[in-house]
Design a protein around this ligand. Structure first.
Ligand code: FA5
Ligand code: MG
Length: 476
């Protein structure tokens, strides 16, 4: 077991290198994305009345989850994303994300109970992924000018609706509804880089637990009466929120971390190497990320993989939900990342595979009545060679506005699952006319067969052609 011994700044810098292939300014680092119940929101996530589609004929509206939405200047959904909305892999029995979700819920139910063994945590897994900016951002104290709101990072249906970027979007609504301990599972959407552990559609599980003073200090027995949850004389520091007593800060941190460490040990075994890294989220303070040592499938050096973000819920958020006498913690974990670690799945795209040879490997523990915890280790069906190709172009003018995420979306919508990775490998500004030249490396690889270079070349040429049409770039 390994705990981090880095300073806060070192952690931030380290993360900037690891999380983003290119360094980003620190202000961009606290990348968060992050409602309303299905019954009160834009359609439930159950059976869709009509298929999701962009209404191309007029391009003025789109259909999603059985509802029509008017498009506007913020609309940026692509057909491929639309196809995946409400995929809910975690609800499909037999899928590895279903298996993982059920193991996690089983662990919580076994370890956290109310009187008469009733589960403490309410599980909510059917909320619509279509939320408002209020739910995804404002309710979580995310500033109006925060970069995570930009259309370059978020899939907007229109200015008033978006695909949730994290399950935290439901925190406030569920707290207002009166829940004091809950797990929310759902598909989330981000315009993100593409690599083996990032995908624009993935699944998160949110956990929130809030306490009254009596509940928080229930374990303190003799001294419980003398302990106070709030101490108005205390200021905000790196370790605690203003107004929280020292005991509250320490106890909440302990409860949160031991809950998550317990979960990691139950799933991955007691010898798992992990570390806590200080983090920043506008809706929790202090905040951390949990990283787990992850061995590379290709035998390369083991690396740390970020598994979740968490922290002590900002008091201002609880006040806003009408809960000024409660304190609590919250976490949000990436289900695919946990499943990759747990089942040794080397690439996040595999979770989208419909190949029976993939799904069959998880079928046994998913049978009704079977032991959910019987060990499963993914065995690669076969390994096909990657096919890397570079694409360089000049932007049309010195002041041309161009965002890499738009390019990643274009690549994804043309190459689909044949693209394993896209990265910006070179940037160069023309000394005379100031135009930018960009070079992207696109790695094509199929999980189903060996791609011939002609096949990859055809797709690559199509991408180049579309980039020319879309942005008037000049291929080099
Ligand atoms: C969040 O989304 C916060 N909402 C988490 C949180 C909840 C913090 C409650 C505090 C309190 P973050 O952006 O770090 O944080 O994402 C959480 C996890 O989702 C990551 O740790 C990672 O496991 C997973 N994740 C993030 N981006 C991707 C991606 N593109 N593909 C797959 N998994 C991802
Ligand atoms: Mg993170």
């Amino acid at each position: 077991m390994q705990l981090g011994n880095l300073t806060f700044q070192e952690c931030l810098l380290l993360q900037s290198c690891r999380l983003h292939s290119k360094r980003l300014p620190l202000s961009r680092l606290p990348v968060i994305y992050g409602h309303r119940l299905a019954s009160t929101d834009s359609g439930s996530s159950g059976g869709n009345a009509a298929p999701n589609r962009l209404n191309n004929a007029s391009a003025k509206s789109l259909f999603l989850c059985g509802q029509e939405f008017e498009s506007d200047d913020y609309t940026n959904l692509t057909d491929r994303i639309i196809e995946q909305v409400n995929c809910g892999l975690h609800r499909q029995r037999g899928h590895p994300l279903w298996l993982l979700t059920n193991r996690i819920v089983g662990h919580f139910n076994a370890n956290y109970t109310r009187s008469r063994s009733r589960p403490l945590f309410t599980v909510v897994d059917n909320l619509s992924p279509i939320v408002t900016p209020e739910q995804n951002f404002d309710s979580l104290l995310i500033p109006a000018d925060h970069p995570s709101r930009r259309p370059s990072d978020v899939y907007y249906l229109n200015r008033g609706r978006l695909l949730r970027g994290h399950t935290s979007a439901h925190q406030c609504d569920l707290l207002r509804q009166g829940l004091d301990a809950f797990l929310v599972v759902g598909d989330v959407y981000r315009r993100d880089e593409i690599d083996r552990s990032h995908f624009p559609v993935f699944h998160q599980m949110e956990g929130v637990r809030i306490y009254s003073q009596e509940q928080l200090f229930a374990g303190a027995k003799d001294s419980a009466d003398s302990l106070r949850m709030f101490d108005r004389s205390r200021n905000r520091t790196d370790e605690q929120q203003a107004g929280h007593s020292v005991e509250t800060s320490k106890l909440l941190e302990h409860e949160l971390k031991s809950c998550l460490e317990g979960l990691a040990r139950r799933l991955f075994g007691s010898s798992i190497a992990y570390r806590w890294v200080p983090a920043y989220f506008p809706f929790t303070h202090p905040s951390w990320e949990l990283e787990v040592r992850h061995s590379q499938s290709d035998g390369g050096e083991a690396d740390w993989m970020e598994m979740l973000g968490c922290g002590i819920v900002e008091q201002r958020l609880l006040d806003g939900c009408g809960l000024p006498n409660r304190t609590g913690w919250a976490f949000g974990l990436g289900l695919e990342r946990w499943a990759m670690q747990l089942f040794s799945v080397p690439d996040i795209r595999l979770f989208w595979s419909k190949d029976p040879a993939f799904l069959a490997q998880f079928a046994q523990p998913c049978q009704p009545g079977a032991d959910l915890w019987q060990p499963v280790q993914y065995k690669p069906i076969s390994v096909y060679p990657p096919c890397p190709m570079d694409l360089s172009f000049w932007l049309p003018a010195a002041d041309a506005s161009f965002h890499s995420n738009d390019f990643y979306d274009l690549v994804r919508s043309i190459a689909g699952d044949l693209v394993e990775q896209v990265s910006l490998i070179d940037e160069f500004r023309h000394p005379k006319d100031g135009r930018m030249s960009l070079c992207y490396r696109i790695v094509y690889r199929s999980h189903e067969r060996t791609l011939t270079s002609e096949e990859a070349r055809t797709v690559h040429d199509q991408i180049a052609k579309s980039a020319v049409t879309r942005w008037a770039v000049q291929i080099r």
